[in-house]
Design a protein around this ligand. Structure first.
Ligand code: ZN
Length: 246
């Protein structure tokens, strides 16, 4: 069965900044959809902050297997009610992939429990080192590849990752845990740092491969009967799949 992927974007820079609009004329979310749509096992929906219910209706959220999240300027406009729903879905098994500046998004902080603060600097050459070549997220990725990206550097205030897939080196000398996995409840989470709005990282073939791999890795695992998870996994008729309560 296809993985239901939802790409959420605040969709702000692409409407207000001509340089960004030139790179992603239909929005970062639409661009990500364009390359995920080539995968037969993915069913991709896009949505954005200014749509009704901030783009994520209960119906869409409850059928989403993996949620990708891009936000930057308007994190605080996302309602706490929606954040609670997203967190509940992740704890119940929905995959979550915060991209780039989503390290400061409300869902990131609510799900991982830290500030997500990091050291920041100018756009520059970045080398992403493949630290975990046996991990499914790193499938097809060489030992290293190069991007032109915004500096995101340590210290990065995140919980200790389950696996550190990519470590990024910058020409200014900084380093960063640039691709890391976490588990919260039944939900699998992958944070990936490329994707500054004025860079073109989402057009890089390896970035696209990583995101495709990570969608598959983050997808919920079907559990057999017998798990008693207090509402996380239901056995009753009519419940939404992976419904969680917090
Ligand atoms: Zn950025």
């Amino acid at each position: 069965m296809a993985i239901n992927v939802t790409v959420w974007n605040e969709f702000h820079h692409e409407k207000t900044d001509e340089a960004v609009k030139a790179i992603y004329p239909d929005g970062i979310h639409a661009y990500i959809k364009s390359f995920l749509d080539k995968e037969e096992d993915m069913n991709v929906t896009i949505c954005s902050l200014d749509e009704p219910e901030q783009g994520l209706t209960d119906e869409l959220l409850n059928k989403t297997d993996v949620l990708l999240w891009w936000g930057h300027m308007r994190h605080n406009d996302v309602s706490d009610e929606l954040v609670a729903k997203v967190r509940a879905r992740v704890l119940g098994g929905m995959g979550f992939m915060p991209l780039h500046s989503a390290h400061h998004s409300k869902p990131f902080k609510a799900i991982l429990g830290t500030t997500g603060d990091l050291t920041w600097g100018r756009n520059q050459t970045a080398i992403l080192w493949n630290l975990c070549p046996t991990h499914p997220i790193a499938k097809g990725i060489p030992a290293h590849f190069t991007l032109y990206e915004e500096l995101y550097a340590e210290p990065f205030f995140i919980p200790k990752p389950d696996d550190l897939i990519f470590g990024t080196w910058y020409e200014d000398g900084n380093i960063f845990r640039g691709g890391a996995t976490f588990t919260r409840g039944l939900g699998k989470i992958f944070y990936f740092h490329p994707g500054h709005e004025s860079c073109e990282s989402f057009k890089n073939e390896y970035v696209q491969t990583v995101i495709k791999n990570a969608v598959r890795w983050c997808a919920p695992v079907e559990l057999k009967d017998g798990f008693k998870l207090d509402g996380c996994i239901h056995q009753q008729d009519g419940d939404a799949p992976y419904k969680a309560s917090i």
